[in-house]
Design a protein around this ligand. Structure first.
Ligand SMILES: C[S@@+](CC[C@H](N)C(=O)[O-])C[C@H]1O[C@@H](n2cnc3c(N)ncnc32)[C@H](O)[C@@H]1O
Length: 257
């Protein structure tokens, strides 16, 4: 599938993050799933796959408040300077050096107790291969936590309209693809919706920020007016207000794997 450079749309993604309750809902959902996870473990190895600037994991780790002595963090993020920012931002949650998936020491840690991939799998090059590789790295008693929006999400519907205007299918993966791929693995999957709101002052520039975040480089090819109009049904006085939801998958290996 297509690559998306989050370095080029950093401020637009930050705009989305600061005007949506998505991260708050995702944190609540993961915190519920991980409530007792650290209780009987002296160490927890966590991989944040596609960590961005680490702002999401900062909120999650603050909520979990796990002992810094027991938490080991490994990060993977294709935008180098964002991974550096994430490592700095998250260093206070662990007494140990923060590892990177690309470095040699990574092989000394063949499995992770928690693999988190929060709104990343849309952009996998080959979703089947990525999911298989992540599952290989999941400890037999570990949990893989994936958040990704599906076809009923309002922003995925915007993708459908935008890429439809280019006469092409959405070049990214969605929750239904993750579901299909997980079904071929010997894993136990728990799936639940996570509801959130995107609300921002209505202006052409703000609508455009969300569209830049969603479409990246493709936006230059799509007729501007047609896409901007897609926000009209969501006008509430002087704001745009979108209430929608994403899917959360909690994946555990079946005991015989
Ligand atoms: C929507 S952001 C989510 C960032 C962070 N997980 C969060 O929840 O805020 C998607 C992230 O996935 C990263 N990404 C894009 N393609 C990727 C790939 N093929 N593998 C791993 N991460 C990727 C992007 O650089 C970006 O940081």
């Amino acid at each position: 599938m297509a690559a998306k450079d989050f370095g080029a749309i950093e401020t637009d993604y930050a705009f989305f993050m600061s005007h949506a309750t998505e991260a708050k809902s995702d944190v609540q959902e993961y915190a519920r799933q991980l409530a007792r996870f650290a209780d009987n473990r002296s160490v927890v190895h966590l991989l944040d796959f596609g960590c961005g600037t680490g702002e999401f994991s900062r909120q999650l780790l603050e909520t979990l408040a796990w002992p810094t002595a027991s938490l080991y963090l490994t990060l993977f993020e294709p935008v180098d300077h964002q991974q550096e920012t994430a490592a700095e931002r998250l260093s206070r949650f662990s007494d140990h050096a923060i590892a990177s998936l690309g470095e040699a020491s990574y092989d000394q840690r063949p499995t992770f107790d928690i693999i988190l991939s929060n709104h990343v799998l849309y952009y996998a090059e080959d979703l089947g291969q990525t999911v298989a590789q992540l599952l290989e790295r999941l400890h037999p008693e570990g949990k893989m936590l994936l958040a990704i929006a599906g076809s009923e999400n309002a922003l995925i519907k915007l993708w459908k309209v935008g890429f439809g205007l280019l006469d092409q299918p959405i070049p990214f993966y969605i929750a239904q693809d993750v579901e299909t791929i997980l079904a071929v693995h010997n894993v136990c999957v728990d799936n639940s919706p996570s509801h959130y709101q995107l609300r921002f002052p209505d202006s052409e520039e703000n609508r455009w920020k969300i569209l830049r975040f969603l479409f990246g480089d493709y936006l230059r090819q799509i007729p501007r007016e047609k896409l901007l109009e897609e926000f009209d049904p969501y006008v509430r006085q002087d704001h745009i207000e979108i209430n929608t939801f994403s899917e959360h998958f909690v994946v555990q290996r079946n005991s015989e794997t």
